[in-house]
Ligand binder design. Structure first.
Ligand SMILES: Nc1nc2c(c(=O)[nH]1)N[C@H]1C(S)=C(S)[C@@H](COP(=O)(O)O)O[C@H]1N2
Ligand SMILES: [Mo]
Length: 377
């Protein structure tokens, strides 16, 4: 992997993100430009021997080999963004107030093609009870001990797991090649529109159950705690009462220029600005991105990039990010700022600020390049 990644070694798990400028240089993120988020070491598993168990409230528990997952079910491809709930934590802590957690910038996100059987087909083979409310599909990986729990797990509502339109798959491939160990080889959950924390890598078990995953990362982390939870002690009573994060918020980021940069206007007196935007949950695709250089008084529409040769029309772009570009007027001088906001097909409009929360998750305030020094050529 490229040495230009910023690594965050909390104890030792591999946690790093690429420079955001590099990230937005490809519509499909190659693994050389992808972020990595791990709560424990990376296991190196064999696809020959690995199996996924399906159990809990199903008529026929299953034990499926990777070969069976690849050959006994129709393979489905989804183009979608994977975003860590901690993406943009740096903006939250520097604009609002200090938070706990890795100091992620704007690049804890990637946009890839994922391929594998639909979770729905696997659950139906196990004879899942359909139509009963209040059940959950819980995903577990027992391969390695994590920092806060012995194993890693997460869950989503069973209805989501079974909804054909939700495009949930058990991915065996990323961008046309087998998953890399970092990204969950040989099989990981892909949950379009849902925070990365639920996309369990090195998947061992899927359980249909009447409660959420009991794993630490479902119950005691990845929650937008209320503002009164100012520290760990104050947070204690809120963990059980606060819903687990599920769908991601609409978001956009200014990747170029970057904070503190000295930039030069073109001969026409314009500044080139670029970035990405992701839709809210299932409300994609992103249909509009707007840029302001005067604190939101005036907005200019950005151009949304070509999506290349993706078959399937608009629906194929539903879960994807968009890359955008704009040429904007901006006053010469120091301390200038460019902000971006996105709108998706469901009518969600990105808000200026996000709620502060102790764990610094879900930051989705306007994209921002701060403290620019704007000059004429
Ligand atoms: N088994 C396991 N799965 C996991 C994690 C983990 O630590 N262990 N991290 C989760 C989190 S928080 C995120 S954001 C994504 C990151 O996926 P990536 O490392 O492929 O980018 O994986 C998720 N799945
Ligand atoms: Mo994450």
């Amino acid at each position: 992997m490229s040495a230009t990644h910023t690594e965050y070694s909390t104890e030792n798990p591999l946690n790093r993100e690429p420079p955001v400028k590099e990230l937005v240089s490809s519509f499909i993120t190659p693994s050389s430009k992808s972020y990595n988020r791990n709560h424990g070491p990376i296991p190196h598993l064999s696809a020959e021997t690995h199996t996924v168990n399906v159990d809990g409230l199903v008529a026929t528990p299953l034990r499926l080999s990777v070969h069976q997952l690849a050959t006994e079910f129709p393979q489905h491809e989804v183009l979608c963004a994977l975003e860590c709930a901690g993406n943009r934590r740096h903006t939250m802590r520097t604009m609002l107030k200090e938070v706990e957690g890795i100091d992620w910038g704007d690049a804890a996100v990637m946009n890839c093609k994922w391929r594998g059987p639909r979770l729905r087909d696997v659950l139906r083979r196990a004879g899942v009870e359909q139509g009963r409310k209040g059940l959950h599909a819980a995903f577990s990986s027992f391969q390695v001990q994590c920092q806060e729990d012995k194993w890693f797990g997460g869950s989503v509502e069973l209805e989501r797991a079974l909804d054909e339109k939700a495009d949930v798959i058990l991915a065996l491939e990323m961008n046309g090649a087998p998953l890399e160990p970092n990204h969950g080889y040989p099989v990981r959950v892909v949950l379009p529109g849902i925070a990365g924390a639920r996309w369990v890598k090195w998947l061992d078990k899927i359980t249909v159950q009447d409660e959420e995953s009991t794993n630490f990362y479902q119950r005691r982390d990845y929650k937008v705690l209320p503002e009164e939870a100012v520290d760990r002690d104050a947070a204690e009573p809120f963990w059980d009462k606060t819903p687990a994060m599920s769908e991601v918020s609409i978001n956009s980021v200014v990747a170029l220029p970057e904070d503190g940069e000295t930039v030069y206007l073109s001969d026409e007196g314009k500044l080139v600005v670029k970035g990405y935007a992701v839709p809210q949950g299932s409300s994609g695709p992103v249909v509009k991105v707007q840029i302001s250089t005067n604190g939101g008084k005036k907005w200019v529409d950005a151009q949304i990039g070509e999506l290349g040769s993706i078959a399937g029309g608009k629906n194929a772009r539903k879960w994807s990010w968009v890359l955008w570009r704009a040429e904007v007027e901006i006053e010469v001088g120091e301390g200038r700022e460019v902000v971006s906001r996105a709108v998706d097909a469901g009518g969600n409009i990105q808000k200026e600020h996000s709620q502060w929360n102790l764990r610094g998750v879900g930051y989705s305030g306007y994209g921002r390049a701060r403290d620019l020094n704007v000059r004429r050529q």
